[in-house]
Design a protein around this ligand. Structure first.
Ligand code: ZN
Length: 271
């Protein structure tokens, strides 16, 4: 195992120092070098499998108004993501009936929303900010990157987990959340990237990007109670999160105005 680890460490360093040397290197949407050992096709398939298993384990909502709202927001975000890296044509969106304040998007084209989050997302734009952030992780291939890093650091433990169908382990790595998997939240670097990519995406979908700031304020407020939002533990907050979002706001507003001018102005009434 030690030698395998050493090989992968060397692999990882080569990726950072000589990008042309290996095709295991990728560049994220914000220009960051990423180690990619695990192929997207495998990661996408794992995303779909994890989602199917989750649908068997967690109650699915039959609240027609809430489902319509979530689908309306998701449709607008998915349409804006069309043509971006790692984005499939077909997406499945499911509303789970649980009080948890959480949501996720998985590689392979799956979005899950927990009904508890609708109490924190006060407008369609705020739910769009959540979903665009989640899809931002998919566009930036963060699941594949985390799995690749785990392979490099642990000498293939996650790969072994996949082979033995240890799906909660895989699910957490893909962004399914720590609650249904092991504790493996996204890194701060990935969070900042998903915030930036997500802000652009929600604006391109025609939602006012300022709603992202309102959303994270609501999340912080909700974390004062007995039941802190699971979303925050899966997507660790940075003290500078709101400032960082504000630093990208001019660009996002330009995208928003362009989307509006092109007739993209989604209106999904909050139930
Ligand atoms: Zn995140």
């Amino acid at each position: 195992m030690q030698s395998v680890r050493a090989i992968f460490r060397a692999f990882s360093l080569l990726c950072l120092s000589a990008p042309l040397f290996l095709d295991s290197c990728a560049t994220s949407p914000t220009g960051r070098k990423q180690l990619m050992i695990v192929p997207d096709s495998e990661v996408n398939q794992l995303g779909i499998q994890s989602f199917d298993q989750m649908k068997q384990q967690v109650k699915i909502s039959h609240n027609a108004k809430q489902i319509k709202f979530v689908q309306c927001v998701a449709d607008a975000v998915i349409a804006a993501a069309h043509g971006k890296p790692n984005i499939p044509d077909q997406w499945e969106v499911t509303l789970f009936n649980t009080p948890d304040v959480n949501a996720f998007a998985l590689p392979g084209g799956r979005i899950g929303v927990y009904s508890g989050i609708l109490k924190v997302t006060k407008t369609d734009g705020q739910l769009a900010a959540v979903l665009a952030h989640e899809v931002g992780h998919v566009i930036s291939r963060h699941g594949a990157e985390r799995m690749s890093q785990s392979v490099a650091e642990q000498g293939g433990l996650i790969a072994v987990g996949a082979a033995t169908n240890n799906s909660p382990y895989i699910g957490a790595a893909l962004g399914l959340g720590t609650q249904y998997g092991i504790i493996l939240p996204f890194s701060r670097t990935q969070e900042r990237e998903a915030d930036e990519v997500g802000l652009q995406l929600m604006a391109e979908a025609g939602f006012d990007p300022h709603q992202a700031i309102e959303l994270w304020k609501n999340m912080e407020e909700a974390s004062g109670g007995n039941r802190p939002p699971e979303l925050l533990s899966d997507h660790p907050s940075d003290p500078n999160r709101i400032q960082d979002l504000e630093s990208h706001m001019n660009d996002a507003v330009a995208r928003y105005e362009q989307a509006n001018a092109a007739g993209k102005a989604p209106h999904c009434p909050h139930p």
